[in-house]
Structure formats: structure tokens, C-alpha cells
Design a protein around this ligand. Structure first.
Ligand SMILES: Nc1nc2c(c(=O)[nH]1)N[C@H]1C(S)=C(S)[C@@H](COP(=O)(O)OP(=O)(O)OC[C@H]3O[C@@H](n4cnc5c(=O)[nH]c(N)nc54)[C@H](O)[C@@H]3O)O[C@H]1N2
Ligand SMILES: Nc1nc2c(c(=O)[nH]1)N[C@H]1C(S)=C(S)[C@@H](COP(=O)(O)OP(=O)(O)OC[C@H]3O[C@@H](n4cnc5c(=O)[nH]c(N)nc54)[C@H](O)[C@@H]3O)O[C@H]1N2
Ligand code: SF4
Ligand SMILES: [Mo]
Length: 850
């Protein structure tokens, strides 16, 4: 930080004379349009010597666009997309430039605070008073040390939402391991999109989001994806959309499946308005057509031994039986005779024959039409297009899996990618590689004491019951259960919780329960802004905003090749705040025992980042980044190519020049299709292995629970209308709600201005005596909220749509002024026992004029 500050002030000193000179020159020449004055902002900045451009990463959504931040005389005044950055390519979405409003938000915390009112509640004033950093950090450290001394370290938790990299959320697991808590950290992934991660894990063995090759894709089939509103990386999606739908020949054809006409559906070739929770039925029918019409990719999936297509609706098929190898009597060598007959020979897949016989053979277009409410001819046309256009991708996100049957919806949709052979193919989807980071400054394992190694905390369940057989044995995280579990004291009561980039008290379904639960917990919030969590906090340790801190961030799954980027402070922090990575390190230094030495060895978050950058010295990026200094200068390290490619059913690895080296089946299983069989599993061996638990926990049928099956969704809430609360383009997770322009332009499709409208179909509205612009009350068993309605023919008659994010009651001034109440309060907290995904879009509500 000091270096930067010195740099700025020196430049500032030089600038004073420089600017005067430049100005005088322009005035005296006085020839506009002669190329003498700068046209681009960069050139403009170059002419203004006291303007500094620093690299950073936009913080408002997980797209992680590289940004150029312009600071003049210590004041940030412009944010542009970084030109040499593969995600932003010099462009930003409308939220990107608004980061300045995040920095200068007048409602930010000015420094660390402590609560003086012991009572907690929505209507209780916390009575915050300023404290020094030393007092604030020591208070938290004393609390953590005390718990550990009493053998109760498991009662401390760290909850995080948007973790960015090794220098922030990446430090939390180590802290938990040294301190001794199974609850450090718990991420928000189950409230986010674990439904898709887990469904992919059970079919192709990669529990991760996909990277995508949109550039070479000719058909995009999207289920519950806000491609032009939210899907990651949003800004790049828009660039890809322009390419796929404009410049590219042939144009990529797009079918979008959603419950209302949003920007994505409006821009697609075909929009299918589906009954909520039934995407799996649609995907199964598409698979049925692909098989019965012989459209599957034989080079990836395999074929009947005699090449006759025996997939006929209602009729079973058989698997080919490999003949015994023939042993040459003289040499002893075994050869496998060619497989013949009527059976199916699988190539890179397992379980297709059983899936067909148990499930698919009856999943006709007519069957799916009844369930999904989509005309049979549209399902058939979509299936034929998708099955006969290569390369094609089927992508899905929260709309498809935030339902009780989400695991199966996801598995069925992802199976379409296997059927058309798009996994690891050009124009298809793959998985993201990680960056070449150097090692941390010290090895944490050398700083473990006996409690860390063998303490009782190791026998304690996680408070969210992830990994517990009476909870969510197979889930990755179960954040939404923490509030209810604490309240019930099951498995135990928490004592202290540190929140990082997470506001679950507001974002969890039915967050009212959290409000009750968090009353007797010691809460530490680290947000730079007042939030609902902050309202319940005992200590506030405010983070720098993203324009004021160093922070790393490897990309979210993007194009597959490794990419990682850096935030560089544009200015000296304007308030008495501290980067969260440094907060963790400073807390660590105050802990009893050897772990303090580990944090002394880390020293600071900047030191950690400098160590990570050492990895680039031996593996320079394509843009020349090979050191800490060049990373700071360019903001991004990336290195093409992606290492693997599947072509016509053969997997190749990059050999330094091209995808030339053919991989063995063992290598494919190890590196790419990481399932037990090393193939894409229509019959999921991992689900089958957990059959007993799944049957006991969910009552599912052991005969078919391992296949992508149709399972009717369950809709709690007691109402008659589905309630869907998606993201809109200007919604910036929990970070945009106090930006006036965001609120002003929230809903482009239905014109929300200064508030979010609930979309209601004209037929539904008139049956209830509701007119456009009326205030309405939306109620479920979980709670009841008020919002203004917009009568909109683009939403299904059985569905209400109200965008997420508004209705904050403890945040900044613009945020609190929005007259829309928070959709989460009417959303029932229901989770899938397998994926753990919170079912945000499964609640049914009633609506009436307020
Ligand atoms: N602008 C913006 N972008 C973001 C974020 C943000 O806050 N703001 N957050 C990021 C995060 S954390 C995430 S997880 C991603 C999420 O990205 P997405 O999953 O793409 O976003 P959502 O809006 O949750 O849901 C997508 C769509 O599902 C639809 N839908 C609801 N129920 C159903 C259904 O049963 N079937 C079908 N077919 N559709 C249905 C909704 O109407 C919505 O249009 O977005 C990321 N990008
Ligand atoms: N009804 C409904 N509910 C939803 C969704 C939905 O679509 N509909 N979306 C769900 C999804 S996909 C997700 S991912 C979750 C997200 O839910 P959360 O994990 O709770 O994340 P955010 O809402 O982004 O909250 C971020 C918190 O970090 C704080 N913050 C902002 N900037 C900074 C910073 O620079 N440093 C620090 N330390 N803190 C900062 C904010 O003030 C806020 O308190 O919400 C889920 N909830
Ligand atoms: S909000 Fe997201 S898509 Fe928009 S500029 Fe920022 S990171 Fe990029
Ligand atoms: Mo998310």
C-alpha cells in the first residue's frame, strides 16, 4: 500500500507543472480534430499526468471482468473494461462502471465498530460505537481462544459467500484446520448453484461448473439459465451472444426454456415457457427422440452391434455381450473377436441400455407435453434440431435445479451433452483448469498443535449437517440449514460466527428464521456496508471495497484454459478499513499456540499474493506476466491452450503444438471423465453406492434412483401459484442494492423503475380483481410480503415472478427506500437431500390485492 501511495503523491507533484504545460499547448495550437487531442480515455489519461490507471476485477458478480480504474488526484472517476483481458475484452456490463458508487457509498462503515445494545432484533438499534482495530481484533481473538480452551472450538464458524481467491476465502480452511472447527468455513454453494455442480459430478465425475466453447457451438439449448441476465460470465456471454448470433456463420441457433419471457427468451430463436420444476421431463423426451430417431453421436455413445437402430418407443433393448477372447494356442496372445448381434455396445458411456429400458422408452414427446405444458410439436422440433446440429450444448442453471427433483432434472439435461458427444469437444463443454500459483509462504501442517491434530472437535458434526447421515450426507454445504439448526440446538448451539461476503440472514430462504436464530450468537460482520447481518452484529470489521485492496481471483469456469487475476488498489483506503485477508492473518497472529507463528510467517495478504505470483516466474502467461510486478501491471495471467480435446470419440492431449497425443482410457478416466468407470455414467455408480442412505433419507426407489429419471416436484407453501424470484441484469448479488441507478433501471423487460414489480399474467390478475400497478400481497406458509404488480402476458398464468435482491431493511439509504418487500420471506426453506440445493423456485404462494 505504501508504495502505491508514495507513487501517487510523486506523480501528483510532477503533474502540476505537466498539466499546465499540456493545457497551454492545446490552447495555443487550438486545432480540434487534427489528432492532437486524445480520443480514447487511455490516451486522455496519458495526457493528464496525474491520472493513474490501475488494474482491478469488477466485484459485482462472479463474471470477474478485468477493469481499468482511472484515478485522478486521488479520486476514482472512471472504470472501463480491460482491453487485454479475455473475459472483458475492453467491455463491461452496465454494472461495471457503477463500482465508483460502491467506493463512494455514503453509507459505508467508517471503521471498526462494536455493539452497545445487547438486545437484537429488526427494530433494535445496535448502538454501534467506534473502536480501534486493536480492540476489535482482540475481542474476536479472545472469544475464539476462550472457546478453544474450553474444548468448544467447533462452536465457532466462518460463513462465506463470494470467495474470490487464495488471499481471502482461500485462507479460511487453513484457519479452521489449525484452530479446530468443522465449521470453518461453510460456503454458500447450497444456496447458490450446487444443484448443477452435483448433477455433473454424478454423471461425468466433475463436481464443477462447465467451461464452454460458445464460439464454435452451433446449437445452444438452455434450461433455466439467465444467459443475458445472470449466467456466468455475464459480460462475456453478451459478447459471445453478439458473435454467435451476428458475425458467426452459421449463426448459433438458440432455444431457451424458462417460466417467463426475460431478455434471454426474447432474444432466442425459440422460447419454451415451461411449467416450473418440469425441465427433467422435457430433457427426457428430447433424449427419447434423439435415440428413436437415431440422432445420437455414435462415436461417443456407441451403437448397436449390427448398426440397426432398435430404440423404439415402449420397447426394450439389450446390451451386447462381448464374446470370450480367443487365445492363440501357439503364442498365448488373446484377441477380442468383433461383437455381433442385436445388443448395444457402449463406448464412452455406461448404463444407456438400462436407462432406456427403465425410464426413457416411455418418455415420449406426448408424455412430456402433458407434464411440461409445452406443445408436443415444439418439443419434437427442439429435439430434432438439437440432435442433428453439431456441435450442440445443453446448459442449465438454477431455474432447472432449484426444485425438489433438481438432481434428476440436472442429470437428464447433462445427459443430452453426452448423447450428442459435446463433452470436451470443440464447440462443446469442458472443465476449468487452475492457475500456476507458487506455494504459500509457509506450510500450515507444521504449525498444528495437539488440539488441531487430535482434538474432540474432529468428532463433532458440522452445524449444517453436511456429511451427517441424519442430515445431508452427500451435500457439499448446507448453509440454509444453519439458522434453523442453531435455533433447534441440533446438533449444537453456535457461539461465534464470522461472516465474509455473506448475508444469509437475508439471502437464505425464509431468512426470518435466521433473524430469530442469530439473536444469541456473537456475530462478526466484515462487509464494508451496513447489512442485515451487520444489524445483528456484535463487532464490525469493515473490509476495504474492491477498488481499495489487493486480492487475487482465479476465473470462474470460463473457456477452460487457466486464468487468474489481481485487484490492485486504485487509491489509499478512504476510511479506517482492513482487507479481510489481513483480518484473518491478524486474527491468526492473536491466537494461542503455534498457529500464531503460521500467521506471522504469512505476514500479510500482500505477501501471500507475492508468493502466489512466484509460480508465474517459471510459467509465464501469454501476455508476458511472469512476476508480481507484471501481474500488478497487467492485472491478469492466462495461458492457452486448454489441454484436452475429444474428437469423434477419441480423446487427445496437447503435445505442445496441437491436440496430437491420443489418450488411453485410463488417462481419460483420471483427467477428464472422473467417474468410477472413467465414462459418462447414465447409471451413476456414485449414486448407486449410496443407495441405502438415499432410500432411507428420501424414500426413493433403489431400482432407479441412480438414473436420470422423472420425479414429480414437490411444491410447499400452500398457495396456488408458483413463485419464482430470479436475477435481473442490474441485480449485483448483495452488492448493488444501494446504487441509485441500479434501482432505477432494475427490470428492463417489464419496466420496473425504483422498485421491482411482480409479474402477473393478465388472466391471473383479472380473476383476482388485480389491475396493473396495484399493490399486492403475496403469501405462503413461510411469510407474506407486499409488492407492486405489473400485468404481463409474458409470464405463465400459473406463475408469479419477482426479482431477487430488493426489500433490504438494514442497508443503505437508497436500498431501504425501495417499496418492494423481500421475496425470500415468502420462500419456503426446502432442500434436496442429495444435492443440498435450496429450492428457491419451488414455493407456491397466493396473491391478492393489498
Ligand atoms: N445480474 C446478475 N448476474 C449474476 C448474479 C447476480 O446477482 N446478478 N449472481 C450470480 C450467481 S451467484 C449465480 S448462482 C448465477 C445464477 O445464474 P442463473 O441460474 O442463470 O440465474 P437465476 O436468475 O437464478 O435463474 C435463471 C432462470 O431460471 C428461471 N426459472 C425459474 N424456475 C424455472 C423452472 O422451473 N424451469 C426453467 N426452465 N426456468 C426456471 C428464472 O425465471 C430465471 O430466468 O448468476 C450469477 N450472475
Ligand atoms: N429468492 C432468491 N434468493 C436467492 C437467490 C435468488 O435468485 N432468489 N440467489 C441465491 C444465490 S445464487 C446466491 S449466490 C445467494 C447469495 O447470497 P449471499 O451469500 O448472502 O451473498 P450476497 O447477497 O452477495 O451478500 C454479500 C454480502 O457481502 C457484503 N459485501 C459486499 N461487498 C463486500 C466486500 O467487498 N467485502 C466484504 N467483506 N463484504 C462485502 C454485502 O454487503 C453482503 O452483506 O443468494 C441466494 N438467494
Ligand atoms: S457486474 Fe459482472 S458482468 Fe458486469 S462488469 Fe461486473 S463482473 Fe462483469
Ligand atoms: Mo449464486
Amino acid at each position: 500500500m505504501d508504495e502505491i501511495n508514495t507513487g501517487i503523491s510523486r506523480r501528483k507533484f510532477l503533474a502540476t507543472t505537466g498539466t499546465t504545460g499540456a493545457l497551454a499547448a492545446t490552447v495555443s495550437l487550438g486545432v480540434p480534430g487534427m489528432g492532437l487531442e486524445a480520443t480514447s480515455a487511455e490516451a486522455q489519461a496519458a495526457k493528464t499526468p496525474n491520472t493513474v490507471v490501475t488494474k482491478n476485477i469488477c466485484h459485482q458478480c462472479p463474471a470477474r471482468c478485468g477493469i481499468d480504474v482511472y484515478t485522478t488526484d486521488g479520486r476514482v472517476h472512471a472504470i472501463y473494461g480491460t482491453a487485454d483481458h479475455p473475459i472483458s475484452n475492453g467491455k463491461l456490463c452496465p454494472k461495471g462502471p457503477l463500482g465508483i458508487y460502491v467506493l463512494y457509498d455514503p453509507d459505508r462503515w467508517r471503521g471498526p465498530m462494536k455493539r452497545t445494545n445487547p438486545n437484537k432484533g429488526r427494530n433494535e438499534d445496535p448502538g454501534f460505537v467506534p473502536v480501534t482495530w486493536d480492540e476489535a481484533l482482540q475481542t474476536v481473538a479472545d472469544r475464539l481462544n476462550g472457546l478453544r480452551e474450553r474444548g468448544e472450538s467447533h462452536r465457532a464458524a466462518m460463513l462465506y459467500g463470494r470467495g474470490w481467491g487464495a488471499s481471502c476465502a482461500g485462507l479460511l480452511g487453513t484457519f479452521g484446520g489449525l484452530y479446530g472447527s468443522p465449521n470453518m468455513p461453510i460456503g454458500h454453494s447450497s444456496m447458490c448453484s450446487d444443484g448443477s455442480i452435483v448433477a455433473k459430478g454424478y454423471t461425468d465425475g466433475n463436481a464443477s461448473y462447465n467451461s464452454h466453447d460458445y464460439r464454435n457451438c452451433n446449437y445452444l439449448l438452455m434450461f433455466g439459465v439467465g444467459f443475458l441476465e445472470a449466467f456466468r460470465p455475464y459480460n462475456n456471454n453478451m459478447q459471445m451472444w453478439g458473435y454467435m448470433r451476428g458475425r458467426k456463420t452459421p449463426k448459433t441457433r438458440v432455444t431457451a426454456v424458462d417460466v417467463h419471457v426475460n431478455t434471454t427468451l426474447a432474444a432466442a430463436d425459440r422460447g419454451l415457457l415451461i411449467r416450473p420444476g418440469t425441465d427433467g421431463a422435457l430433457a427426457l423426451a428430447i433424449a427419447h427422440v434423439i435415440l428413436t430417431e437415431g440422432l445420437w453421436e455414435r462415436s461417443f455413445v456407441g451403437d448397436f452391434a449390427d448398426r440397426q437402430n432398435r430404440f423404439v418407443a415402449g420397447q426394450t433393448v439389450t446390451a451386447a455381450v462381448a464374446p470370450e477372447p480367443v487365445i492363440n494356442a501357439e503364442t498365448g496372445e488373446a484377441t477380442s473377436p468383433e461383437i455381433t448381434g442385436e445388443g448395444f455396445v457402449e463406448k464412452w458411456v455406461t448404463g444407456l441400455v438400462d436407462w432406456w429400458n427403465i425410464e426413457l422408452k416411455d418418455r415420449t414427446v406426448e408424455w412430456a407435453s402433458e407434464i411440461t405444458d409445452i406443445p408436443a410439436r415444439d418439443i419434437l422440433a427442439t429435439a430434432r434440431e438439437f440432435g442433428s446440429t453439431r456441435p450442440a450444448m445443453a446448459i442449465f442453471e438454477r431455474g432447472a435445479h432449484s426444485h425438489t427433483n433438481g438432481i434428476y432434472n440436472g442429470m437428464a439435461i447433462h445427459s443430452l451433452n453426452a448423447l450428442v458427444g459435446s463433452l470436451f469437444a470443440k464447440g462443446g463443454m469442458a472443465y476449468q483448469m487452475g492457475p500456476s500459483y507458487g506455494p504459500m509462504p509457509a506450510d500450515a501442517n507444521e504449525f498444528k498443535d495437539d488440539w488441531a491434530n487430535n482434538g474432540d472437535w474432529k468428532t463433532q458434526p458440522r452445524v449444517d449437517k453436511k456429511g451427517s447421515s441424519d442430515g445431508y450426507l452427500l451435500a457439499r454445504n448446507m448453509m440454509q440449514e444453519i439458522g434453523p439448526n442453531h435455533l433447534a440446538g441440533d446438533p449444537y448451539k453456535l457461539d461465534t460466527v464470522i461472516f465474509y461476503q455473506n448475508n444469509a440472514i437475508f439471502t437464505a430462504p425464509n431468512g426470518q428464521v435466521w433473524e430469530e436464530a442469530m439473536k444469541d450468537v456473537f456475530i462478526v460482520d466484515t462487509s464494508p456496508f451496513p447489512t442485515e447481518t451487520g444489524h445483528y452484529a456484535d463487532i464490525i470489521l469493515p473490509d476495504h471495497t474492491y477498488l481499495e485492496r489487493y486480492q487475487d481471483s482465479p476465473t470462474y469456469p470460463f473457456e477452460g484454459y487457466p486464468l487468474t487475476q489481481l485487484r490492485v488498489p486504485a487509491i489509499k483506503p478512504i476510511y479506517d478499513t482492513k482487507y479481510f485477508g489481513d483480518v484473518i492473518i491478524e486474527l491468526g497472529k492473536r491466537m494461542n499456540g503455534p498457529m500464531a507463528d503460521y500467521y506471522r510467517a504469512l505476514d500479510s495478504a500482500e505477501n501471500v499474493l507475492r508468493h502466489l505470483a512466484k509460480g508465474f516466474e517459471t510459467d509465464p502467461g501469454d501476455n508476458g506476466v511472469n512476476s508480481w510486478e507484471s501481474w500488478v501491471e497487467k492485472g491478469v495471467w492466462y495461458k492457452k491452450p486448454y489441454f484436452w480435446q475429444q474428437r469423434d470419440g477419441v480423446f487427445f492431449e496437447w503435445d505442445g503444438t496441437d491436440y496430437n497425443r491420443e489418450m488411453t482410457p485410463e488417462e481419460v478416466g483420471q483427467k477428464l471423465l472422473k467417474t468410477p468407470s472413467g465414462k459418462f455414467e447414465f447409471r451413476s455408480a456414485a449414486l448407486e453406492a449410496n443407495s441405502d442412505w438415499i432410500v432411507g433419507a428420501t424414500g426413493r426407489d433403489p431400482a432407479n434412483l441412480m438414473f436420470p429419471i422423472w420425479e414429480p416436484p414437490v411444491h410447499p407453501g400452500g398457495g396456488d401459484l408458483y413463485f419464482v424470484t430470479p436475477k435481473v441484469a442490474l441485480h449485483a448479488e448483495g452488492r448493488g442494492h444501494n446504487i441509485p441507478m441500479v434501482i432505477a433501471h432494475l427490470q428492463p423487460t417489464v419496466g420496473g423503475r425504483g422498485e421491482a414489480f411482480v409479474e402477473i399474467n393478465p388472466v391471473t390478475a383479472s380473476a383476482r380483481g388485480i389491475s396493473d400497478g396495484d399493490r399486492v400481497r403475496i403469501s405462503s406458509d413461510a411469510g407474506s410480503i407486499e409488492a407492486r404488480c405489473r400485468v404481463y402476458a409474458g409470464v405463465r398464468p400459473d406463475t408469479l415472478v419477482l426479482p431477487m435482491e430488493y426489500g433490504h431493511w438494514a442497508s443503505g439509504r437508497w436500498s431501504k427506500a425501495v417499496p418492494t418487500e423481500h421475496c425470500g420471506e415468502a420462500t419456503v426453506n426446502q432442500s434436496d437431500r442429495i444435492t443440498g440445493q435450496a429450492m428457491y423456485y419451488s414455493t407456491k404462494v397466493q396473491v391478492a390485492k393489498a
